[in-house]
Design a protein around this ligand. Structure first.
Ligand SMILES: C[S@@+](CC[C@H](N)C(=O)[O-])C[C@H]1O[C@@H](n2cnc3c(N)ncnc32)[C@H](O)[C@@H]1O
Length: 220
């Protein structure tokens, strides 16, 4: 099984832009995100839908881990779709569909596991709840909805999370600035009921951000 550093080197080597190469390499090496999601999904035999996938780096990471389930990745940023599809070609990655879609409007038809990673902050509170409910409809019984998000709390980690998201917008890396950060109650309100098993755990790794991994299992 490949190490994180080897995966980072390989995926980033597929990029022609020096900046993107550096971004992907350091993201994979320093952020616990993709490895954490892999550990949650590794025994799943179901297809995955990744909502707000960016260039679909998660999907590439999963392939490098020999995880071969079909992946549908959607994002509303044309530039990322184009760049990601080039990486799919260059990397020879099979079974990954990366297409344009606005999660505010609709989602592709899907039954399986679902991921929503680092995108909720771009949605208003009511849109977040709508997206969470819509995503839950696409989770098959026994499957998981995995969410990584900065969570609004009164601490320095939260401040850093907000500053970096604002910087990402100012540097044009993101199309939008952060609008509203969910609280733990946001998730408890949607999933703290019969039919779901909800776990919210800190997901900081060595990063300074106030990120949590929210694991929702749809009960059979
Ligand atoms: C911080 S990036 C995270 C990318 C990816 N999930 C990851 O963790 O590698 C947030 C992504 O959400 C996308 N996004 C924001 N609002 C969206 C929407 N309404 N529909 C689809 N994608 C959206 C952005 O274009 C961006 O690629």
């Amino acid at each position: 099984m490949k190490k994180r550093s080897e995966i980072a080197k390989h995926i980033s080597s597929l990029c022609s832009s020096l900046w993107v190469r550096h971004y992907i390499s350091s993201k994979i090496k320093t952020d616990p995100l993709y490895e954490g999601v892999y550990l949650e999904l590794k025994d799943s035999k179901r297809p995955l839908m990744d909502i707000g996938s960016g260039m679909a780096i998660l999907a590439f990471y999963l392939r490098e881990k020999d995880w071969s389930n079909p992946v549908t990745a959607i994002d509303y940023d044309e530039r990322k779709i184009e760049a990601g599809n080039l990486l799919i070609q260059k990397g020879g990655y099979q079974g990954i569909t990366l297409e344009r879609g606005d999660a505010r409007e609709s989602l592709p038809t899907h039954q399986g596991d679902v991921t929503i990673l680092d995108i909720l902050q771009f949605f208003q509170k009511t849109d977040q709840i709508k997206l969470l409910e819509l995503a839950a409809e696409n989770v098959a019984p026994g499957a998981k909805l995995l969410i990584r998000s900065g969570i609004k709390e009164r601490n320095f980690r939260f401040f850093i999370t907000w500053v970096v998201d604002v910087f990402a917008k100012c540097s044009f890396w993101m199309k939008a600035a952060p609008t509203y950060y969910p609280t733990k109650e946001t998730f408890e309100g949607v999933f703290g009921k019969e039919g779901f098993d909800l776990e919210i755990r800190p997901f900081w790794g060595n990063t300074p951000f106030n990120n949590y991994l929210v694991v929702i299992k749809k009960l059979k």
